[in-house]
Design a protein around this ligand. Structure first.
Ligand code: PMV
Length: 314
């Protein structure tokens, strides 16, 4: 196979981030407007086994053995080799691009790992199952932060709305009535691992308070599921905004996120919250098709560096 390309979408978490690490349910949906892409091209004239990485978004152009052993791309390729049962890859060039902002709660890491796993497997003619792709992306995620819940790799690999509880098979969520969300990017990069560690420290210092917050987030996620499956979708707004308040109580919000949430609500959003690890990255606002553009514009005026309007369906 001279070349093989594959992609994977971004994602947002509608309900339950952070609490999901502690066994509570969460809901995530794919965002197909943004994607990570990987292409593997055979380089038969290169030295045997040489894998050249070309990832222009992160200004990386190097062979895999020039990278440190704990580099996420080295770990990704190692996990793929182990899954496929190969000691080395044939000489090739791996091109990686992504329009998913890095470290911003849209699942960029898991999407890149998934796209690479699928491209390399396809290049080698190996029929990679979704379960295997998901396990690879999960293992790579473990290097970013020690205790990923598994929600990112699952929603990205299966590319469908999911109700997720750590350690359990995910449940596909049928969307009764498609709904529109504006995603607003603060432009502040915030690695998830650091925030997850801070939440853990808070939980260790004050388990009763944190468990109570996690329980309320869990109950919101269950109500969210009920509304997504049966409607009426407008009622999801209050749940989103309440989830944001609980995330503020976990101390994972920020001035920039709070400003975008507030602005979107003032501009007519039905509900809004930060999404993903927090402290920076993205927030989401539930809108109608009539208010979407207006809310997105208001978010830009309040400092959002980028907005995406996306419609969630089954
Ligand atoms: O990768 P992010 O920033 O979308 O965050 C993932 C959600 C967390 O609940 C904060 C962590 C996890 O592993 O579930």
């Amino acid at each position: 196979m001279p070349a093989f390309a594959a992609t994977a979408p971004g994602k947002i978490i509608l309900f339950g981030e952070h609490a999901v690490v502690y066994g509570r349910p969460a809901i995530a949906v794919p965002v197909t407007q943004v994607r990570a892409r990987a292409m593997v091209i055979a380089t038969p004239s290169a030295p045997a086994g040489q894998v050249l990485i070309d990832a222009k978004d992160i200004h990386l152009h190097a062979t895999i053995d020039q990278l440190p052993a704990d580099h996420p791309l080295v770990i990704t390729i190692q996990c793929i080799r182990e899954t496929i049962g190969l000691t080395a890859l044939p000489a090739c060039k791996l091109q990686i691009t992504s329009d998913i902002p890095i470290a911003s709660g849209l699942g960029s890491g898991a999407a890149v790992s998934t796209a690479i796993a699928r491209a390399i497997a396809g290049f080698l003619g190996y029929p990679l199952e979704n379960e295997e792709a998901s396990a690879i992306a999960y293992r790579v995620d473990q290097h970013y932060h020690g205790t990923p819940s598994g929600i990112d790799n699952t929603v990205i690999v299966y590319a469908q709305p999911i109700f997720f509880i750590r350690g359990h098979p995910f449940i596909h969520l049928p969307v009764n009535q498609p709904f529109t969300v504006v995603i607003g990017n603060t432009g502040i990069s915030s690695p998830t691992g650091a925030v997850v560690n801070d939440v853990r420290r808070g939980w260790q210092a004050n388990p009763i308070r944190y468990e109570k917050i996690f329980d309320e987030i869990a109950s919101i996620a269950r109500s969210g599921r009920e509304i997504i499956e049966n409607g009426p979708i407008n009622e999801m707004g209050t749940l989103l905004t309440r989830n944001h308040v609980l995330l503020q109580e976990l101390d994972v919000s920020s001035t920039a996120l709070d400003r975008l949430v507030e602005t979107s609500l003032n501009a007519g959003a039905l509900g809004a919250k930060l999404c993903g690890g927090g402290r920076g990255g993205n927030m989401i606002a539930l809108v109608t098709s009539e208010t979407a553009e207006h809310v997105a514009k208001a978010m830009h005026s309040a400092g959002a560096v980028h907005t995406i309007i996306t419609t969630v369906q089954s």
